[in-house]
Design a protein around this ligand. Structure first.
Ligand SMILES: [Zn+2]
Length: 244
């Protein structure tokens, strides 16, 4: 692994010439337009690079990453990226991708003090608190990974209830949101089975996903699928269902 900045430029020149050799005209066609079908919302973690994991090339996936893949209703950066992807690029799929072993999720779960990031990770702690009953029934060693999946479920809902998606679905645009988790330990992606689109009530799929997460980590399939029964996400979903 390189720790020398000039090496990065050397690698870049090698990569560019290799690409042009393998695919003559590749960069010329990239200049004309980007038409990705996919938007990836993932963690900034250096071990989770969207293109390599999915085998996608430049031009094929529009990427937004932040610490612990959080979508906050007032985050103009994330909302602008989602709007650009949906309204200008017309992506067909938005993947919210968490990953096991996420240090942001771990820090939030433990209440570790980092600095200004504590305020960002407070959103994860809100997810933790919303699903406290579920998480307390998960073996301690697996709680962070369970919280990683619950966080993905909540962020899928946050994307789905954004004005961008409500507007897109109300005009009949074909775009769906998916919740995935990546295993740093084995390199594999998992579909958490939470797909939001304009064909079925989000509340139902959200609750079913939480139920599956509960069963996966606790072996207990009982419950209302909403952690403590008071999750705000389900209430938001009801609004989406009405509006969509
Ligand atoms: Zn992470």
């Amino acid at each position: 692994m390189s720790d020398n900045l000039p090496d990065l430029f050397s690698h870049n020149r090698h990569w560019a010439s290799q690409m042009e050799r393998d695919r003559p005209g590749f960069f010329t066609s990239l200049v004309k337009q980007q038409t990705p079908k996919y938007m990836w919302i993932g963690c900034s973690d250096s071990r989770v690079p969207a293109n390599q994991i999915t085998g996608l090339e430049p031009g094929e996936v529009f990427v937004h990453r932040n610490v612990a893949n959080i979508v906050v209703h007032s985050d103009l950066n994330a909302l602008s990226a989602i709007q650009f992807a949906v309204e200008r690029l017309k992506v067909q799929h938005i993947m919210v991708v968490g990953h096991y072993g996420c240090s942001g999720v771990q820090a939030a779960m433990e209440g570790a003090r980092i600095g200004i990031a504590d305020n960002w990770l407070r959103h994860i702690q809100d997810v933790r608190d919303r699903h406290r009953v579920l998480l307390e029934s998960v073996p301690p060693g697996s709680r962070a990974d369970a919280l990683c999946e619950l966080n993905v479920a909540e962020q899928v809902v946050n994307v789905a209830v954004s004005t961008v998606m409500v507007d897109a679905w109300s005009r009949g645009q074909d775009v769906s949101i998916h919740g995935w988790a990546f295993g740093v330990h084995d390199g594999l992606l998992q579909d958490l089975g939470l797909t939001a689109d304009n064909t079925k009530p989000l509340e139902t799929t959200y609750k079913a996903c939480v139920q599956r997460i509960r069963y996966k980590w606790t072996g207990n399939g009982n419950g209302n699928g909403n952690g403590n029964g008071n999750g705000h996400a389900a209430q938001q979903n009801a609004e989406v269902t009405k509006e969509a």
